[in-house]
Design a protein around this ligand. Structure first.
Ligand code: LLP
Length: 422
């Protein structure tokens, strides 16, 4: 495989800050997020009335705070995501709502929180409408509809169609309106999210489906959400999504609904990956290099406990090397990149199905740094303590300065809450 054009395979700095210094100051593995890139991605989407960040992609408080300062609002899918949003300064019960809870179910904690803080609920199941109506009659809700089709970068991230558990099935809208009525809830908006890492052709189909359902519901609709799913570039040969065309498609839908209902309709977008994937760099150190038959392995100190996307989806992340000493070796070689975990699947260069692939990277030595790039979305948030490995540190680069925004876990952190019975 040839080296990516867009992504360098040698990297000495991240937005002007030395990788070596970052590694020395904060240790490895460490996630580094470039705040400026997040701000740029938010700016790209300014044509939409509301940019609602799907914090499941990266919910570090410092990232949420930064996103809020750039004018974006936030989505939450769990009780603790609601609490994170509140802790980062988002305010509930505003118009438009700064925090929206989108889910297919309530657990006790999330139901209590949305009731207590008057957090807007985007219902993904008929059951939620009944449960919420019983606790908070008189409030408004939106409905997340499953249009009967979906698409994602992997079958595991496709959230539409009948194999998906997400959303209210499109032909149950009348039943849901009746449930809302019975429970004294107003239905003021519609939301569709067909999958993550999809493409423009599939996203475009959502506009038509949403429009049809909105017309069925009628004039109570004042807000429509295009959901998330905007793809980002992970490989040099991929093209960025045509945002202008995407906005125009949705704006067309919005305008037709405004004409039909004779009132303004607010247009929301709910990206996760688009805002934070590109900003994130996982700095690791190469701790061993070994030849296994025909394959040369670089073994680094991060594993799938830190970044699960390759083992889960066969996801591709660009990688680069920062030599620990000056004067890196200019030659490339084909390598397999793996981590420290006691499991064969702990490989960062793999295709879906677990088949190991090779990557052309600079010749490196033990002690050099290997940076896994475009790792800011669904990176740290999906990490675990498998093999009792601590979760990585997280650093936010803002105004040219690195800020430690989460400390690496200690042994005490990892065993916290465990006890041995007397
Ligand atoms: N809204 C809803 C209702 C969602 O379920 C999701 C993602 C988003 C927005 C944000 O989607 P995005 O803009 O990030 O594509 N772990 C997977 C991605 C799972 C996405 C789940 N839902 C990955 O690493 O690719």
């Amino acid at each position: 495989m040839s080296a990516d054009q867009t992504f360098p395979t040698v990297r000495t700095e991240i937005n002007g800050v030395s990788v070596r210094n970052l590694a020395k100051s904060f240790g490895t593995p460490t996630y580094v997020y470039d705040a400026e890139k997040i701000a740029q991605r938010i700016a790209d989407l300014q044509a939409f009335d509301v940019i609602r960040y799907a914090q499941k992609a990266n919910s570090n408080l410092a990232v949420l705070d930064w996103v809020r300062r750039q004018g974006a609002l936030v989505d939450a899918v769990s009780a603790f995501e609601i609490q994170r949003a509140l802790a980062a300064g988002f305010v509930a019960a505003k118009d438009p709502p700064e925090i929206v809870y989108t889910a297919d179910l309530f657990d006790e904690a999330s139901l209590d929180l949305v009731v207590k803080h008057d957090i807007h609920v985007n219902c993904g199941s008929p059951t939620m409408i009944d449960q919420y109506g019983q606790r908070a009659p008189g409030r408004n809700i939106t409905l997340r509809i499953n249009p009967g089709f979906g698409h994602g970068h992997s079958q595991k991230t496709n959230t539409g169609g009948e194999q998906s558990k997400h959303g209210i099935w499109h032909d149950q809208v009348d039943d849901c309106l009746q449930r809302a009525d019975r429970n004294g809830l107003g239905v003021t908006g519609l939301h569709m999210h067909i999958g993550s890492g999809t493409d423009l052709d599939h996203l475009a189909q959502v506009c038509g489906a949403l429009e049809k359902t909105a017309l069925q519901i009628g004039r109570s609709i004042t807000c429509i959400s295009a959901g998330g799913g905007l793809p980002t570039v992970y490989r040099g040969d991929e093209r960025p999504v045509d945002l202008q065309r995407y906005f125009e498609l949705w704006d067309g839908t919005r305008k037709r609904l405004e004409a039909a209902f004779d009132h303004p309709i607010s247009l929301e977008i709910e990206p996760g990956r688009y805002l934070t994937a590109e900003c994130g760099y996982l700095i690791t150190e190469i701790r061993a290099i070994k030849q296994m038959g025909g394959n040369l392995f670089y073994l680094v100190d991060a594993g799938f406990n830190n970044l699960a996307r390759p083992i889960l989806y066969g996801a591709y992340h660009p990688m680069s090397i920062c030599a620990a000493q000056e004067n890196p070796n200019p030659h490339h070689q084909e390598v397999v990149v793996g981590g420290p975990l006691c499991e064969s699947g702990d490989i960062f260069t793999q295709d879906e199905g677990g088949f190991v692939s090779c990557r052309s990277l600079p010749v490196a030595a033990v002690g050099d740094y290997l940076i896994i790039e475009c790792a800011g979305a669904y990176g740290f948030v999906m990490s675990s303590n498998y093999n009792s490995k601590p979760m990585a540190a997280e650093v936010l680069l803002r105004d040219g300065k690195p800020h430690l925004v989460r400390t690496r876990q200690s042994f005490k952190d990892v065993i916290r809450g465990e006890s041995i019975p007397e």
